[in-house]
Design a protein. Structure first.
Length: 79
């Protein structure tokens, strides 16, 4: 392992000695590792995102919308 005090310089020199396409691969891999180690923010639920809109949808509303959307959809397909 390289001396921690000189690690950055050694890494930079090593990457600079590579051809440009390999430098790009090193950069891509470093970005991948950075994203992998960055903690992700938890996603908000759809209900949480719409909470301030004051929209209340009932089961009946959903059933009616499904019926309107899929009511005329053929159950069997002709061959």
């Amino acid at each position: 392992m390289t001396d921690p005090a000189n690690f950055g310089q050694t890494l930079l020199e090593t990457v600079r000695s590579l051809p440009p396409e390999k430098q790009q691969e090193v950069l891509d891999f470093a970005e991948f590792l950075r994203q992998k180690t960055t903690p992700k923010k938890p996603r908000r639920s759809l209900r949480g995102l719409c909470a301030d809109l004051n929209i209340h949808i009932s089961e009946e509303d959903i059933a009616q919308a499904r019926q309107e959307m899929w009511g005329n959809f053929p159950r069997e397909f002709p061959e």
